[in-house]
Design a protein around this ligand. Structure first.
Ligand code: FAD
Ligand code: NA7
Length: 551
């Protein structure tokens, strides 16, 4: 609803802003946002990116084995049919280098590079209530002003370095997977890895084939299913391209947006034999999200259905892993309710002679020494390279790292003392003209389709503000509270909150556990966005007080 806000500050003469909009981050989100605002809305836009290249996740995560675990045909943009049709793929899953090349292609195709400033970390963003402008401060102290700011900071982009005694003492190469140096070759080296999440499991499979010896320091065992990766021939690529309209229609109207039909059948509605047949079929097809959401409708919500899926995976571990003690350590016992993983031969990797598994729950790491890792049993595991696959301060990590202040100079940390919140995952009360791509309580899906939904909606609301000469647009606190209540309610209907993982911020020491995703699925999310827009942007206030006279 467009309203007059009588509390507006004065209409003093101020300098014209440097840009209409500043977009922070040049990953999937920031790239499309820049294109949308500059080329479709005609705004002057500056992109600021911390990294030395574009690509976000796919610029930084260059560890051996890094790839998408969404199938390649839906791990891409769909907003431009020509772009969709002109870019091929050769494997079922895209390697990091493929995705980085694709994103560079997109940036060049729309001539975006000239408006992206690389090697530029934003350290502060402050809203000035007198001018209704944002002041963006970068690491060298330089400042830019803009009317709008869009944060495409990434939800898995703030590195989590664990606090392990002696970490700084290691004399070999210590590296986090999110900052893998191009010149680090682990071939023939003694490698240790801490962490067995999505990243760690990918790395382990690849590194085992390169390292002379690989020591895996596992805190929690993982449920992992095959990915079914392999080559895709050109005929299949062409056929998929011909079906793109239907494919993207299905993706946008699905829950997890992974390009397969989600099951509508409850696990208990079929016999145990039928259930295991369905699990086996999906195990053979491959893909973690398919196994969790394509087998039965209630794996993520019903403890019995979940237990059946977990038992099936456990039986596979027992079948695959030859050493019973290694199999025992690798076997999870709890709920199957972290982000579902898939890989090419994860459990098989532990049958290799050069791979050793250390369960650090049973035999904790005492300290990192110059030569390697010393565990409680007194063994010093000698290493040339120690890899931290310890994940991310997910979702709000990069927001809190900035000096981000909205109305009244109030810091984002003060707004988010009880955990990060938003309205619709894209806006925040008290932060006028500020938008977020994959902000807190955004959909839990294959992410490019959710990113597209958000970028397009942010474009719509900025377009509405521009057409109505609104100087500011921001959500009400009530609207934000309502959205967060919805997200809490939906998350609590699932089993995910019952397990510690980054999805709820449980992986970071001292971080308050909270709901950080909308788990109602992409179709419902898109419907919510459309409804809010069609209802005159319900829950938003547009401030139309007169413009200051720009000097
Ligand atoms: P990012 O790609 O994270 O980009 C954010 C950018 O913002 C970064 O370049 C960062 O440097 C920049 N930035 C942050 N703060 C600042 C600042 N203060 N100043 C300047 N720049 C800043 N998702 C899937 O859907 N499917 C997958 O298979 C999948 N696989 C993944 C595998 C790995 C190893 C990782 C880490 C993530 C994976 N993801 C996957 C999630 C992935 O992050 C998203 O799919 C997508 O790439 C996010 O794009 P983005 O633009 O939102 O964020
Ligand atoms: P995750 O999924 O958070 O995994 C991190 C792993 O590191 C996990 O196995 C953790 O064990 C382990 N970890 C974290 N801190 C420690 C310490 N202090 N000591 C030992 N082990 C530790 O991050 P990923 O990068 O794998 O994946 C994140 C997302 O990125 C993923 O879902 C994809 O979307 C891409 P834990 O399980 O907490 O016991």
């Amino acid at each position: 609803m467009i309203t007059q806000n009588s509390n507006h500050a004065n209409a003093a003469a101020v300098s014209a802003p440097d840009y209409d909009a500043i977009v922070i981050g040049a990953g999937f989100g920031g790239i499309y946002m820049l294109h949308k605002l500059r080329d479709e809305l005609g705004l002057s836009v500056k992109g600021l990116e911390k990294g030395g290249g574009i690509g976000g996740t796919w610029y930084f995560n260059r560890y051996p084995g890094a790839k998408s675990d969404t199938e390649g045909f839906v791990y891409r943009y769909s907003f431009d049919k020509d772009l969709l049709l002109e870019y091929d793929w050769a494997t079922r899953y895209l390697e990091q280098s493929d995705i980085l090349a694709y994103l560079n292609h997109v940036v060049d195709r729309y001539d975006l590079r000239r408006d992206i400033q690389l090697n530029t970390e934003v350290t502060g963003a402050m809203f000035d209530e007198n001018t209704d402008l944002w002041t963006i401060t970068i690491a060298n102290g330089e400042q830019f002003t803009s009317r709008y700011v869009v944060n495409g900071l990434g939800l898995l982009a703030r590195t989590n370095i664990p606090d392990i005694p002696g970490l700084g003492a290691f004399s070999g190469n210590l590296v986090h997977t999110n900052a893998w140096p191009d010149d680090l070759d682990i071939t023939g080296k003694r490698v240790g890895v801490i962490g067995t999440g999505s990243t760690g499991t990918q790395f382990i499979v690849a590194a085992a084939q390169m390292a002379s010896h690989l020591t895996v320091f596992q805190r929690s065992p993982q449920y992992c299913v095959p990915s079914g990766n392999g080559p895709v021939d050109q005929a299949e690529v062409e056929q998929t391209k011909q079906n793109f309209d239907a494919i993207w229609d299905q993706v946008r109207n699905s829950a997890v947006a992974f390009g397969f039909e989600e099951s509508a059948i409850e696990a208990a509605s079929v016999s145990e034999e039928q259930r295991n047949r369905v699990f086996q079929e999906n195990w053979d097809k491959g893909n973690g999200f398919r196994f969790m959401f394509g087998t039965f409708a209630d794996i993520a919500t019903n403890p019995d259905a979940n237990a059946a899926a977990a038992a099936f995976i456990r039986s596979k571990i027992a079948e695959i892993v030859k050493n019973p003690e290694t199999a025992r350590k690798l076997t999870p016992t709890g709920l199957y309710a972290k982000r579902p993983l898939c890989n090419e031969g994860y459990y098989e990797t532990f049958n290799r002679q050069n791979v050793e598994l250390v369960s650090i729950k049973e035999n904790p790491i005492e300290e990192i020494t110059p030569a390697g890792v010393r565990t409680a049993d007194g063994v010093e595991h000698q290493l040339d390279v120690l890899v931290l696959a310890t994940g991310f301060d997910a979702v709000d990590g990069n927001y809190r790292a900035m000096d981000l202040r909205g109305r009244g100079g109030k810091h984002i940390n003060d707004h988010w003392a009880d955990g990060p919140t938003s309205y619709l995952g894209v806006t925040k009360a008290g932060f006028p003209n500020m938008f977020m791509i994959l902000g807190p309580n955004s959909p839990f899906t294959n992410l490019p389709p959710s990113i597209e939904a958000q970028v397009e909606w942010i474009g719509d609301i900025i377009g509405a503000a521009e057409r109505n000469d609104a100087r500011t647009v921001e959500p009400t606190k009530e609207a934000e509270d309502g959205w967060n209540a919805t997200c809490n309610e939906i998350a609590n209907m699932t089993l995910f909150p019952k397990v510690d993982s980054w999805i709820f911020g449980a992986n970071i020491l001292g971080k308050k556990r909270s709901v950080m995703f909308y788990m109602g699925g992409l179709a419902n999310y898109r419907a919510q966005l459309a409804e809010v827009k069609n209802d005159g942007f319900r829950g938003f206030e547009f401030d139309k007080t007169p413009e200051p006279s720009f000097a």
